[in-house]
Design a protein around this ligand. Structure first.
Ligand code: ADP
Ligand code: MG
Length: 349
């Protein structure tokens, strides 16, 4: 666990970049620092590995004051990833990833084996290992940056806007990859971004900072969306806060109609008066709306969110979503009526 206890950073010119910050980044979780440019995110992050020293207050790493740990020792246990990956241009990818193991004096073979293993872990083709950074795309370079930070298996990972410089599609895949990696590695991650959507997607807990380095709110994403602490947080979250909150509402209790599901071998005789009929194949998979050559959307019932179910419903002409199980077999139809009901409940809750 990383604990900030009343931490203030005053730069030599007197500027207060971080003001009396207290928060805890839990072990094995992703804590996101989010806020507008200049609000002190980078300063906060760098105080953890002592690239910047706090002026007042304490930062504890598993209870130990970081000021009492000498920086090289401290940094051995802390991986650091920055926006432009920060790779050494004249070193091959494999040697970039092995940077820290080399510094730690691992033998060359062991360090390189580890690097190759990590390249695969972050979703890169091992063939890229022999290339130089300029021969990789921006997204690939970021993956290398993540692999390098993980090389010595540090328990803590600091990430400063690591995905901000890549295009939105690549960014989404990097985010997904990070979540997948984290589900295997359970690092203590402090992740900085100015993008609230990224914060909400990645964070187990999110600290919203305002300019002047003041903590506006520290909460789980779901709580931020449902109970923003003040106008600043509300505005920062944006106007579609209501819709995004539905990403955290379960479909478990969404009412399903099974009478609107018919098998391809025995099609329904009468069209249902209150919804289209979904035809399923013999193995239970959705085929299409009976008699209508129009698209349909599916969501995984009980696993996907209400937002996903609504997205699915928007794809179909009748506003119905097709509920499937983890194997893709149809378990029922969420009608517009059922979705309305669930929405009303979510608004109350
Ligand atoms: P963020 O990462 O949220 O954009 P930073 O932590 O980089 O913000 O900076 C916070 C504030 O501190 C900014 O206003 C910045 O100009 C100021 N700042 C950063 N470094 C210094 C410095 N060395 N001396 C004076 N002010 C600084
Ligand atoms: Mg910054």
């Amino acid at each position: 666990m990383i604990t900030f206890d009343a931490v203030t950073k005053r730069y030599p010119d007197g500027f207060v970049a971080v003001d009396n910050l207290s928060l805890e980044a839990e072990t094995g979780r992703i804590t996101v620092l989010v806020g507008p440019s200049g609000c002190g995110k980078t300063t906060t992050l760098r105080m953890i590995n002592r690239m910047i020293d706090a002026s007042e207050g304490q930062i504890l790493l598993d209870g130990a004051d970081v000021k009492k740990i000498d920086p090289p020792t401290l940094r051995r246990g802390i991986g650091y990833v920055i926006q432009q990956a920060g790779l050494f241009p004249h070193r091959k990818i494999v040697d970039n990833v092995a940077t820290v193991p080399y510094l730690l004096g691992w033998d060359k073979k062991k360090a390189r084996d580890r690097a190759m293993e990590l390249l695969e872990r972050v979703g890169l083709d091992p063939k890229l290992a022999q290339r130089y950074p300029f021969q990789l795309s921006g997204g690939q370079q970021q993956r290398v940056g993540v692999a390098r930070a993980l090389a010595a298996d540090p328990p803590v990972l600091l990430m400063d806007e690591p995905f901000s410089a890549v295009d939105p599609i690549v960014r989404t895949s990097l985010q997904d990859e990070l979540l997948r990696l984290q589900s295997e590695l359970n690092k203590t991650i402090v992740f900085v971004t100015h993008d609230i959507d990224e914060a909400i997607k990645l964070g187990d807990r999110v600290a919203v900072l305002r300019v002047g380095g003041k903590l506006a709110q520290f909460a789980a994403p779901k709580t931020l969306l449902s109970e923003p602490a003040d106008d600043f947080v509300r505005e920062f979250l944006g106007k579609d806060r209501g819709i995004r909150r539905l990403s955290f509402v379960s479909t478990e209790h969404l009412r399903l109609r099974t009478d609107l599901v018919v098998s391809s071998s025995s099609p329904g005789t009468a069209a249902a008066s209150d919804g289209l009929l979904m035809v399923v194949s013999e193995d239970g998979r959705p085929v299409g709306w009976q008699g209508r050559d129009e698209p349909f959307g599916t969501y995984v019932h009980g696993k996907d969110s209400l937002r996903a179910a609504l997205d699915a419903a928007l794809l179909s002409p009748s506003g119905q979503a097709v509920a499937v199980d983890a194997e893709g077999k149809v378990v029922g139809i969420a009608t517009r009526e059922a979705l309305d009901e669930a929405l009303a409940e979510a608004a109350d809750g």
